[in-house]
Design a protein around this ligand. Structure first.
Ligand code: GCU
Length: 430
């Protein structure tokens, strides 16, 4: 009898998660569990990007654009990123500042508020900050960057107003980051010198980057009456950040000084994933830059090298839609892989940037993500990555429509990366 009580007690404690071991099992240390041994990458077969669901194979651009591309886009939307609301209404925005002699006369600076809902006063909005070269003639091509930090951190711009404190998305008021505190990620001088503009907004403007049950940010504004959580096929945070980038592009299309047909979208890491999805789902982006986007960005999931789908879904459950959770540790059963996300960008140019110390993002997987999209680029008569072997560290491969480099150093966007991005952009934007 005593034994039965003991068993019951144990079962109850387990159910209540009272044992620290149970905690440990749930909160696995995915970084330590990750495979970093190339010989342990499982054998896998990638889905053929040209093979339609009905078994027919695409052989022309027309079939790709009318049949297979929409089919793939729909799969990525339904099973990974989630559907975003349709925005048919006229864009509501306000140009708050146009300064024609910013940066001691070297730039034009604009600050624009883009309202994301009809609630202007307290509703979510994007603070877009835009720098254009002061001597720009005609319509200027622009890099649109999704940023981790508020706009004023990108450059030490002397007459830019910086608040003392900011309200974080969770409602806490904290000291504002200093002016120019992230200046290495955004090489504004280099960008302006190449004749390009830089527009940035902070991802927190759209939706917060933590699991708050989708209670804050823009997502609740689009709930149906009575809805309190997105459906399994509705947007997660990454789709929301990408959607924000498309709203920023809506504004750029209205600005007479900008050539909206030459806008490059760029983001790093989780924002690299968002930039790739923005480029894949919104063909108005003329060029796409994947900065260390890694797992669920351009790196092949089936390699299970570095970060895995499960590691991502457990640690960042708010990033992807509910449907995506079913693929935890089930990569072989996914109806797509990330090379097909890259394929959705074809025939537009894409730069894939890896970093040599960033094994977590799987540099080879990122390279192979680009390679796997090549059959689709070939339909347009274009080469993908111009080399079959992964290029050595610090030797960019830039002759194809997909550029690739593995820069020496850490997970970041560094000045070297920008030099390469600008060289690549010059080929398409000049
Ligand atoms: C974590 C996460 C990555 C992500 C990165 C980042 O490391 O696992 O997927 O890219 O954060 O956004 O910095």
């Amino acid at each position: 009898m005593r034994h039965i009580y003991l068993i019951l007690l144990c079962a109850t404690l387990c159910a209540l998660d009272a044992f620290p071991q149970a905690e440990k099992i749930v909160k696995r240390d995915y970084a330590k569990l990750a495979n970093y041994d190339e010989s342990k990458v499982p054998a896998y077969t990638l889905p053929d990007p040209l093979l339609c669901k009905d078994g027919t194979r695409v052989t022309t651009v027309r079939e790709w654009e009318q049949k297979r591309r929409p089919e793939l886009l729909e799969m990525f939307t339904t099973y990974m990123f989630g559907h975003v609301p349709q925005t048919s209404d006229k864009l509501d925005y306000e140009v708050r500042e146009v300064k024609t002699d910013a940066l001691h006369g070297r730039a034009i600076r604009k600050q624009v508020i883009i309202y994301l809902t009809s609630e202007r006063t307290n509703g979510p909005h994007i603070d877009l900050q835009l720098y254009l070269p002061a001597d720009a003639k005609g319509k200027t091509p622009v890099f649109l960057g999704i940023s981790f930090l508020p706009n004023w951190t990108i450059y030490d711009d002397p007459d830019l107003n910086v608040p003392d404190s900011i309200t974080r998305p969770d409602g806490h008021r904290v000291q504002a980051p200093a002016r120019g505190s992230m200046d290495k990620s955004w090489q504004l001088d280099k960008i302006l010198a190449h004749g390009y503009g830089l527009a940035t907004f902070c991802y927190n403007d759209i939706t917060p980057d933590y699991d708050d049950g989708f209670a804050r940010g823009v997502i609740p504004y689009f709930y149906r009456p009575g809805q309190t959580y997105p459906d399994p096929d509705q947007w997660g945070a990454i789709a929301a950040w990408a959607w924000g980038a498309s709203r920023a592009l809506d504004y750029l299309e209205t600005d007479a000084q900008i050539d909206a047909r030459r806008v490059a979208i760029i983001g790093h890491s989780r924002l690299g994933k968002a930039a790739v999805w923005a480029g894949a789902s919104d063909p108005r982006f003329a060029l796409v830059i994947s900065g260390n986007s890694g797992c669920c960005g351009v790196a092949l999931s089936r390699r299970c090298y570095g970060e895995t789908v499960e590691a991502m879904n457990v640690r960042f459950p708010h990033w992807f839609c509910g449907n995506y959770k079913q693929f935890n540790a089930r990569e072989p059963y996914m109806p797509f892989d990330q090379h097909e996300l890259v394929a959705l960008i074809a025939p537009r140019p894409l730069y894939i940037a890896s970093a040599s110390e960033d094994n977590w993002s799987d540099q080879r997987g990122e390279f192979l993500g680009g390679k796997g999209a090549e059959p689709v680029y070939a339909l347009y008569g274009l080469t993908g990555i111009s080399t079959n072997e992964m290029p050595p560290v610090d030797q960019p491969s830039m002759d194809g429509t997909i550029a690739y480099h593995n820069r020496r150093g850490p997970h970041a966007i560094l000045p070297y990366d920008w030099e390469m991005f600008l060289r690549f952009a010059d080929r398409y934007f000049k």
